[in-house]
Design a protein around this ligand. Structure first.
Ligand code: PRP
Ligand code: URA
Length: 209
């Protein structure tokens, strides 16, 4: 079973409080989501392999470590996952970005695909799927299915807020995928919104309703 890592660092908790607050406007919301994604990137990349190279400091020759040739891919689930891309790229500028467009049908709550553009060598990359919200888990499960159908086999999922139901659904469908979240909330409401959550992440990021 993949692990679930809850990143409860004080900085993340602090920023998440203002992300949740309904009085936070889109400009600040976007900024905070970017910052939390950047902080989470630190933990989600913790196990990247290193290699030793020889360099010369101004004082002496030495051996020092760099991230070894591992290719990374960042896969935001549209729309709301877009809000996390810049923060990740700030720390991982060489990563390629693939996009999967999904929306949750408000009636059936099933994810509907409308866009998919991935790096051509997706099967060789370590992929980090981004979505602020893991509610029923339907969207994340579908996105990971697309990636696996195209040969990907090294996938992590990174979300800001998860419901227990979403974590369980992804773990059941994809036991090989590690899940990184900033918070696990209490439950889903009757409309499958996370409680207390932050509301509709896409609408809050982009000022729609
Ligand atoms: C939201 C969110 C996730 C999904 C989570 O997207 O960003 O993708 O819902 O719900 P689930 O775990 O029950 O599938 P939404 O469908 O509202 O689309 P949007 O990002 O375009 O607003
Ligand atoms: N999608 C959101 O944007 N928020 C939720 O709480 C659930 C799904």
């Amino acid at each position: 079973m993949g692990k679930v890592v809850v990143m409860d660092h004080p900085l993340i908790k602090h920023k998440l409080t203002f992300i949740r607050d309904k009085n936070t406007g889109s400009k600040e919301f976007r900024e905070l989501v970017k910052e939390v994604a950047m902080l989470m990137a630190y933990e989600v990349t913790r196990e990247l392999p290193l290699e030793e190279i020889e360099i010369e400091t101004p004082v002496a020759k030495t051996k020092s470590q760099i991230i070894s040739g591992k290719k990374l891919g960042i896969i935001p689930i549209l729309r709301a996952g877009l809000g996390m891309v810049e923060g990740m790229l700030n720390l991982l500028p060489a990563a390629k970005v693939g996009h999967i467009g999904l929306y949750r049908d408000p009636e059936t709550l099933e994810p509907v695909e409308y866009y998919c553009k991935l790096p051509t060598d997706v099967e060789e990359r370590e992929l980090i799927v981004l979505d602020p919200m893991l509610a029923t888990g339907g969207s994340a499960t579908a996105a990971i299915n697309f990636l696996k159908d195209r040969g990907a086999n090294n996938i992590k999922l990174m979300c800001l807020i998860a419901a227990p139901e979403g974590i369980e659904a992804v773990q059941k469908a994809h036991p090989d995928v590690d899940i990184y979240v900033a918070a696990v909330d209490e439950k889903l409401n009757d409309h499958a919104y996370i409680v207390p959550g932050l509301g509709d992440a896409g609408d809050r990021l982009f000022g729609t309703k």
